[in-house]
Design a protein around this ligand. Structure first.
Ligand code: SAH
Length: 398
């Protein structure tokens, strides 16, 4: 078998990361690709300059990451059974660990062993993303295998992420299997219900990654006035209002998100009088609020990814600092700031430093009382630290 699979030969000394089971091979590390007419997504074997086997992966010469490793085991075939085993292991892990929801990330890309494959379940529908050529080429097999595990659940494709561009793949969405009559999925997380716009909402429709943080912080909201900045469809606000918050104020630039937030209030029998939505740019709105002297007991800051590439680190860091200064100034005495960054390129230490600088500028004393991260259905393979993207700080602010 080894002989039949085309080789990608690395330059001398470039095998170190693969020996440490980091799954990305960049174009700069490659000395030679044995076969010229490979189709993006085809399987190759990566070998060192001394011809030692390192791993099997899928190739895409249109991407900066030319090979993504699927297996380091020379004896294994990357076939339908291989995929079934990976999916089965990922589903089992969630089954063992997660009980408080009917909606979760069932498969998380490299961390679960298939680069670029995302599988999210929203109660009675599954939504997938195929973000790399390797995952995309095997879409039919993957769909069939998901069907084996979940025979009655329709599968919808949301391969419309910007990441497809970096792989030179066109955006694609639509049903891969089954049929679903409703426009929105209806999910239950702990004792909160949400509508999920799986066709047009962000990512695959919902921020499943914040589930554990919503749950953990719910009890901080009792009788409090909450500002949920970058609220999306109201994840944190619904938890807060169900847990006894006095009022929630939500800011988001997306009208669709705020409309769905209102429907989510109704779904949870929460009086709309307890909620206020403000549509617009959070930076401007927080400034206006400060001018008017508005104050809140708890502020949640969960902005979009400000750092999309290494070129954005400085401007993105500035964005995080500014929004944190603005929020800190709006907090009542003994307030709580729940601040996040979902930029994978921003390391936790630097994020903490940015928040510390923001506190200095805002003349507030912020104590970190808990480090937060993405939910347990978004595991981080120990050889692949890039999987850790969501970082949060729960701060007591005096
Ligand atoms: N905390 C949410 C997820 C937030 S995602 C949850 O748990 O569900 C980030 C949100 O920020 C998106 O809804 C996006 O529409 C919004 N957004 C992006 N840029 C913005 C801006 N400048 N001002 C206000 N909202 C913005």
């Amino acid at each position: 078998m080894l002989k039949k699979i085309p080789k990608v030969i690395l330059k001398p000394e470039r095998e170190k990361s693969l020996l440490r089971k980091h799954p990305w091979v960049f174009s700069g590390a490659i000395q030679k690709i044995e076969k010229k007419d490979l189709i993006p997504g085809d399987i190759v074997q990566v070998v060192s300059s001394g011809n030692n086997f390192l791993g099997y992966g899928t190739i895409n010469i249109n991407s900066q990451i030319v090979v993504r490793i699927w297996s380091y085991n020379q004896e294994i075939l990357i076939d339908r059974d291989f995929i079934r085993e990976k999916l089965s292991a990922a589903f089992n892990l969630r089954n063992r660990l997660i009980k408080n929801t009917n909606s979760l990330r069932l498969f998380f890309s490299e961390s679960d062993g298939i680069p670029g494959l995302i599988i999210d379940k929203y109660n009675d529908i599954i939504v997938c993303q195929f973000l790399t050529a390797g995952a995309d080429q095997r879409k039919n097999d993957i769909t069939d295998i998901i069907n084996e595990f979940f025979p009655d659940i329709p599968i919808y494709e949301r391969s419309d992420s910007e990441m497809r561009k970096t792989e030179a793949l066109a955006k694609q969405s639509g049903f891969l299997s089954g049929d679903y009559k409703k426009d929105f999925a209806e999910i239950k997380e702990n004792n909160c219900k949400f509508y999920v716009d799986f066709k047009k909402g962000h990512k695959t429709g919902f921020y499943l990654d914040q589930r554990d943080n919503r749950e953990f912080t719910a009890n901080l909201f009792d009788k409090k006035k909450i500002l949920n900045c970058f609220s999306y469809t109201g994840g944190f606000s619904i938890y807060a209002l169900i847990s006894g918050a006095e009022q929630a104020v939500n800011i988001d630039e997306s009208e669709d998100a705020l409309n769905l937030l209102e429907k989510n209030l109704e779904l949870n029998n929460i009086s709309p009088a307890k909620n206020r939505n403000i549509r617009g740019n959070a930076f401007h709105i927080l400034r206006d609020m400060a001018d008017k002297g508005e104050k809140f007991d708890v502020i949640v800051l969960d902005p979009p990814k400000f750092i999309k590439s290494k070129n954005h680190i400085i401007s993105g860091a500035r964005g995080y600092k500014d929004i944190n200064i603005l929020a800190l100034k709006l907090l009542n005495k003994n307030g709580i700031l729940l601040t996040f960054s979902c930029s994978g390129l921003l390391e936790r230490d630097l994020f903490q430093k940015i928040v510390a600088d923001a506190a200095l500028d805002a003349k507030k004393d912020a104590k970190i009382i808990k480090y937060l991260s993405q939910g347990i259905d978004h595991p981080i393979s120990s050889n692949f630290p890039e999987a850790l993207y969501l970082k949060g700080l729960l701060c007591a602010v005096e």
